[in-house]
Design a protein around this ligand. Structure first.
Ligand code: PGA
Length: 224
């Protein structure tokens, strides 16, 4: 059976002490969770990765970590960039091409391809987000997330696709690209998560706003 990926995207939220409170609450609440065939990944901001990793190891939690992006370049004279070579000490995954990263940092298809290459070079699994079902992904991407920017909860008037629309979009993406897993993202909540995860071709979800509170994130994991 293919695992169900449930990914928390904390975006630019959380301080160290807020992350500690989140993890502590998650630790307590997750004791009774059945995580058979479920892979839970949290993507905190860069400065919190080391702290989260230490907490997870100390408490032996079934949580994996991902970065929210990586540099398109290897290490070098790239002020402000965080390389895959550095990030791989703290996590196994990295998001690539989130629509907010594309929009605010003007990522080009070449940047996306270089980030995938960097991730692969340093044994990070790239989790690539796309909103356009026609997008041709670079080689080496196993996990793709279909997330139309208009479906994100913080967009002005979120338009959430129906499960049928997601199913059709996933079919189009798979026709274009040789990927193993396709996930859905955009305003996912405990109420509607199962409508997406029960689709044959959807292998999980990425959750933004509803992942910021451990209890709502746990409800999503439970219902998925
Ligand atoms: P949302 O964010 O769940 O708040 O819509 C998802 C994302 O941007 O990855």
């Amino acid at each position: 059976m293919k695992p169900l990926f449930i990914i928390a995207n904390w975006k630019s939220h959380m301080t160290t002490s807020e992350a500690e409170t989140w993890l502590e609450e998650y630790r307590v609440l997750s004791v009774s969770l059945d995580l058979t065939d479920k892979k839970i990944i949290i993507c905190p901001p860069f400065p919190l990765l080391a702290f989260c990793k230490a907490f997870i190891l100390k408490h032996n939690l079934s949580l994996s970590l991902g970065a929210q992006t990586i540099s398109s370049f290897d290490e070098g004279a790239y002020t402000g960039q965080v390389s895959a070579r550095l990030v791989k000490d703290f996590c196994e995954y990295t998001l690539i091409g989130h629509s907010e990263t594309r929009k605010y940092f003007h990522l080009t298809p070449e940047d996306i391809a270089n980030q995938v290459k960097q991730a692969r070079a340093y044994q990070l699994s790239p989790l690539v987000l796309v909103g356009d079902t026609q997008e041709k992904l670079p080689e080496g991407v196993d996990i793709v997330m279909y997330e139309p920017p208009s479906a994100i909860s913080s967009s002005e008037h979120p338009q959430i696709p129906t499960p049928q629309e997601v199913e059709a979009a996933v079919g189009l993406l798979k026709a274009q690209n040789n990927v193993v897993y396709v996930l859905y993202g955009g305003s996912v909540s405990a109420k509607d998560v199962a409508a997406y995860t029960r689709l044959q071709e959807v292998h999980g979800v990425i959750v933004g706003a509803a992942s910021l509170h451990p209890s709502s994130f746990i409800d999503i994991i439970t219902n998925a």
